[in-house]
Each structure stands twice: as C-alpha cells, then as structure tokens.
Design a protein around this ligand. Structure first.
Ligand code: ADP
Ligand code: AMP
Length: 227
C-alpha cells in the first residue's frame, strides 16, 4: 500500500464498536500511529496532569470533555514527529465542532482525510462488548472475556501485565455513553457521508472479518490519495 501523501483515517462508531481494536491493527499495517483521544485523556489522568484532572469528571460521568481542550490535545498529538505520515484517529472527532476543527488543521497543512470507515454495530452488541472488555494498562491491548480472551485469564498476552476493566464500562455509565454518542457523535455519520468520505463496515462480524473489510476499504481510498 505505497502512498506518498500522509494518510488520515477516522474510525467512526459507537463506544464498543471495535474502533480501538481495529485502529491498532491498521496502524501497525500502515506504519502510522493510532491517535485515540480516550487513551490520551487516560494517560493524562494517570499522570495527574491539569488536563487529566479536568477530564476526569466528564469521563467518570460518561460525558464528552469540552471541545476546546479536546481539540487542543489532539492537535498537539498530530503535530508530533511520529505523525508526520498521518494517523488513524480513534474516538476523535466526536462532535461536528471537532470535525470542523480537524478539517481546518489538516487544510492548513494541505492534508486530506482518506476515508471515514463507520463501524456499524447494534446497541445490544455494544453493551455486551463494553461489559466484557479488559485492557492492558501498559500496552493498551484490548481483550474481551468471550470474543477475544487472553491466553491466560486476566493477563496480557504481550507483556504479562494484569488486565483491568475501565471504570466507565459499568452498565450505567456505558448506557450514558451510548446516549451521548447517539446525540452528539452520530450526526457525524451524515456529515462525512455528505463529504463523500463515509464507508460503512459491518461491525457485527468477527474481529478478523472486520479487519479484512477495513483493509479493502483503506486500500481503495489510499490508492486514490496518490492520484
Ligand atoms: P471501541 O474502541 O470502539 O470502544 P474496542 O475496540 O475497545 O471498542 O472493542 C470493545 C470490546 O469489544 C473489546 O472488548 C473488544 O475485544 C471487543 N471487540 C472488538 N471488535 C469485536 C468484534 N468484531 N467482535 C466481537 N468483539 C469485538
Ligand atoms: P473512549 O476511550 O474513546 O471510549 O473515551 C473515553 C472518554 O474520554 C469518553 O467517554 C469521553 O469522556 C472522553 N473522550 C474521548 N474522546 C473524546 C472526544 N473526542 N471528545 C470529547 N470527549 C472525549
């Protein structure tokens, strides 16, 4: 998949749709970083930075962190040297204001979004995925107790760390996050469809099948970037 232009791919989908799982695989394949706004907030939280402390209340309640701080954080991340060839955006943008800010940042650098795969998953599956999700605190690899279990229960396959469940994956907070998604983020589906960038991917399939579908979509759109 050779392309000279930087590649920006936005993975769109509800919490639990599989964005992080697929972003990691795509990032590895394309040798560009996964930029996950939720991971950036959790990193700040873990380091007790002012940004982390500000974000904590919103994350605990399952609400969105205000646009201005979120945009600044992602913009700063995209300007780091490892993102010079592009990025897989996971969890950002989540509002129309964020999408417009991203468009301005990319336009200023004469860069374009390659495509916006929308990973479509039913609400019932989303809740089942969130409630069974376990994460490695060190390498952030995501497991599922039923759908993608580690080889040894509770232990990361890659680095042997003890896996944890996110506090905002409890049923009550997860339901709130889904509501927030339907109100504030789902409008981005039509926003990007209107720009001719949206490609729907059936997210109910196995992780491997979703990966295969995404690889095909991305290959087509990356080839177009080079034209
Ligand atoms: P998101 O980043 O969109 O919130 P994740 O990638 O963290 O979602 O996936 C949520 C949970 O669902 C994780 O436990 C993950 O292992 C599992 N998962 C991801 N994709 C699939 C899939 N296609 N089928 C079944 N489970 C999946
Ligand atoms: P995620 O890891 O993507 O599920 O995000 C976890 C939490 O971080 C969300 O519930 C929000 O509180 C916050 N967050 C992550 N990304 C964004 C974003 N783009 N805009 C606002 N808040 C966000």
């Amino acid at each position: 998949m050779a392309a000279t232009s930087p590649i920006y791919i936005i993975l769109l989908g509800a919490p639990g749709a599989g964005k992080g799982t697929q972003a990691r695989l795509l990032a590895e394949k394309l040798s560009i970083p996964q930029v996950a706004s939720g991971d950036l907030f959790r990193e700040n939280l873990g380091n007790n930075t002012p940004l982390g402390l500000l974000a904590k209340g919103y994350i605990d309640r399952g609400e969105l962190v205000p646009d201005d701080v979120t945009i600044r954080m992602v913009q700063e991340r995209l300007h780091r040297s490892d993102a010079v060839r592009g990025a897989i955006l996971d969890g950002f943008p989540r509002t129309i204001a964020q999408a417009e800010a991203l468009a301005r940042v990319l336009a200023q650098a004469d860069r374009r979004i390659a495509c916006v795969p929308y990973i479509r998953v039913s609400e019932k599956s989303l809740l089942a995925r969130l409630s069974g999700r376990w994460i490695c605190p060190i390498c952030q690899t995501t497991y599922h107790v039923l759908y993608s279990p580690p080889k040894v229960s509770g232990i990361c396959d890659k680095d042997g760390s003890i896996l944890y469940q996110r506090p905002d994956d409890t049923e009550e907070t997860a339901r709130n996050r889904l509501q927030v998604y339907f109100q504030q983020t789902a409008p981005l589906i039509e926003y990007y469809r209107g720009k001719g960038l949206l490609v729907e991917v059936d997210g109910e399939q196995s992780i491997e099948a979703v990966q295969g579908a995404l690889d095909d979509v991305v290959a087509q759109h990356v080839a177009r970037l080079a034209l």
